[in-house]
Design a protein around this ligand. Sequence first.
Ligand SMILES: [Zn+2]
Length: 434
Amino acid sequence: MKSLKKLFLLLIVVGLVAAGVFYFRDTRAPQLSLTPGSGPISKKTKLLLSLNDEGVGIKSVQVVVIQENNQLPLLKRDFPPQTRVADLELDLSVLKLKEGGLQIEVLTTDQSIYHLGKGNTTQQLFTLTYDTRPPIISVLSKAHNFTKGGSGLVTYSLNEEAEKTGVQFGEHFFPAYQQESGSYACLFAYPYYVKEKDFVPQVIARDLAGNERPAGIYYRANNKKFRQRKINISDRFLAQKTPEFEALVEDASDPLKIFLQVNQEVRKQNRNKIAEFSNKTSSIPLWNGAFQRQPKAASLAQFADYRTYYYKGKQIDKQVHLGQDLASVAQAEIVAENVGEVLWAEYLGIYGLCVILDHGLGLQSLYAHMSQLDVQLGDMVTRGQVIGRSGATGMAGGDHLHLGIFVAGIPVQPIEWWDASWLRNNIDSKLKTD
Ligand SMILES: [Zn+2]
């Protein structure tokens, strides 16, 4: 009886040991990754260390930074049982590091009793470069003159590669493009809606380690007042446009409601679409000399006319006219105002049948309300090449061309680009001397 009890106890012990071995039967080493795990980093870089062990879990981790002959302990941590995954942020700012190469050594062990109870260990070494110096920006161009609603250009050089560089003020960022000479050219706008006190353009450059520095530029900004215009929406206009507009809106019941949806919602969608095109630009200028104003065309509505819309004497809407209207004869030949690539050649909401050309450095031109298009997506066009015929498609009451010029998706004053001396003094001469 007594020996039977002993045997029973022995069986229980054996069973427990077997279960234990089975439970700790983890021969797989824990896995680890570091992001970023190579390349340049700065004091501010967030280094993320991810650990995981699919078996019994992570037991401990140890991180040491090695620079030259110094071993600098950064982190040591033990984990509670069953920790399968752990994400840790490494903070290098607590260490005294020198500029230049460094290595990060990570050692992690799991809870397994293998290797005489020491567990499975993974050790990995990451080689990175410690860089805390922001790029040095040397502005090359001089005398930057801006008029509200207009454009300008700055050129500069950087002493190191940049992840992001361009001109910034407030919420606005205009990307710069590196030129063949190695220096950068940034075309930017003084947007028609930005207050004079808020237009403080600065060149910024962020290097691959994330170090960033702004540089001021010398500039003069001239204010400009834009016109106020009243527009009467007649029943005749609504009757004429409703069949075309019905296709652009969801709720197509009342002609006035349809008009307002197109003038507000569709207009907004079209603006966003145009802004998306700004990144599809040549990094070198494609234009050649001043823009060619449409031949023999008279100016109608102007850039940044602030419009108030009335219907039967009642105010119904407000919008800003973001281009220059030009008209000659009906179905007049419309020419490309400069050398460029066709980014769009089809119907686009309020712009009707429409062509958008890219001229490089984020400069783009838009030709709206056309009756016929003679170019296709991807075509390269020359200055003065016929791209179609004028019409009254989209938000247009009569046959005319609506010309829009955009810098990084921001609408700008076309007259500057038609002016050969403005272009020479403010844009082309700055590009030549970079
Ligand atoms: Zn227009």
